[in-house]
Ligand binder design. Structure first.
Ligand code: PMP
Length: 361
């Protein structure tokens, strides 16, 4: 018997390719492939996680007041316009479920996060990929690609895997171009690495068609716990809450995230160490002859002379137990994305790539 057919579009979804975390035959590896925080969550977040064991028999609250209040205080946003999800992935999913369907188009950019086309296809919509210019999102090309069927435009800012920023004026112009037609989603998963940057929150406040998404997986060191949030106009947040499962976040997730966001000292430490080591590693790689743009995130994109050279560099790193991310799937066959690890990890990456490049003549 033929298998029962899924909804149209589902079989066109290419499975998400996660970062590698193991190497055959090696017990000691350093994982620099998923932009995780090498210092882990703050001590107070760890304590909150342990304490949450006492309340696991209770259902969590459904409205996430305490976590939203903490996000509001620390991030300077209105807690009534915050929605929390199982990673920012879930918030991105809510947006697709609520605003796109069969026949609709969802725009994402050439080097954008690979979940956007997956989430679009999952609701029967058609993803439309727009080229970038010199590794920065091209706002005019997006406006030109919009059709009467465009419902959502996804931007990653700062970008992944590029680490580059889109100018604030460009984003505002794009929001204007989409007004009354489509929702602009600013995925600001890495915004916390930029001191004083609001990730696009002020633009959200000034418009009725802009939503920003954020995550606890990066600077807060909680990738394993799956917590993210979105910030949007009241009307959109109200729509998204209607499709959110009431108990989408456990007491453990809620309490740990609240403690993490309130620990400003730990966040500042992670941000400063990341910035210091990022500048150092970038300078080392450039001195070794590798092209690296300035990054505003917790990773850098190393661009080699050819895809073959990138593969050879990847192999040289793996031989030393260093796992970075090959980003051919993001449109960079000549690139390796390297998460900024701790001082020792950055030193080892620099050593391996320096001698690798020397060997290239
Ligand atoms: N957006 C971007 C740009 C990301 O890099 C990631 C994580 N890889 C996400 C969203 C998803 O993050 P979360 O863990 O919050 O689902």
């Amino acid at each position: 018997m033929a298998p029962i057919a899924p909804q149209p579009g589902i079989m066109e979804i290419a499975l998400y390719q996660g970062g590698q975390s193991r190497l055959e035959g090696m017990t000691e590896v350093v994982k620099l492939s998923a932009n995780e925080n090498p210092y882990g969550p703050s001590p107070s977040a760890r304590a909150a996680y342990a304490a949450a064991a006492e309340t696991l028999h209770r259902y969590p609250g459904t409205t996430h007041e305490a976590l939203r209040a903490a996000i509001g205080e620390v991030q300077g946003v209105d807690p009534d316009r915050v929605i929390c999800g199982v990673g920012s992935d879930e918030v991105l999913q809510f947006i697709c479920q609520a605003y796109a369907g069969p026949g609709d188009e969802v725009i994402h950019t050439e080097h954008g996060f690979s979940m956007y086309p997956i989430l679009a296809r999952a609701v029967g919509a058609t993803p439309v990929c727009v080229a970038e210019r010199e590794r920065v999102v091209d706002v005019d090309a997006i406006v030109a690609a919009c059709s009467a069927r465009t419902r959502i435009v996804f931007l990653t800012n700062p970008g992944n895997p590029t680490g580059t920023m889109i100018g604030a004026a460009d984003i505002a112009r794009l929001a204007d171009g989409l007004a009354g037609r489509a929702i602009l989603v600013i995925d600001a998963a890495y915004a916390d690495f930029i001191p004083g940057f609001d990730g696009g929150a002020s633009l959200v406040e000034a418009r009725d068609n802009v939503v920003m998404t954020r995550t606890f997986s990066k600077i807060y060191g909680l990738g394993g716990l799956r917590i993210g949030w979105g910030y949007g106009p009241r009307a959109i947040i109200d729509v998204l809450n209607r499709i959110r499962q009431p108990f989408n976040l456990s007491p453990t997730q809620l309490d740990t995230a609240e403690a993490a966001v309130r620990d400003k000292q730990w966040t500042a430490y992670c941000r400063d160490e990341t910035a210091r080591l990022r500048s150092w590693l970038r300078a080392e790689l450039i001195a070794a002859g590798i092209a690296v743009d300035e990054s505003h995130t917790n990773f850098i994109l190393a661009r080699f002379a050819s895809p073959a050279q990138a593969q050879a560099a990847d192999a040289a790193l793996k031989a030393e137990g260093l796992i970075v991310r090959a980003v051919a799937g993001y449109g960079f066959p000549e690139g390796l994305r390297i998460t900024i690890g701790d001082e020792r990890a950055c030193g080892r990456v620099a050593d391996v790539l320096r001698s690798f490049m020397e060997g290239q003549g």
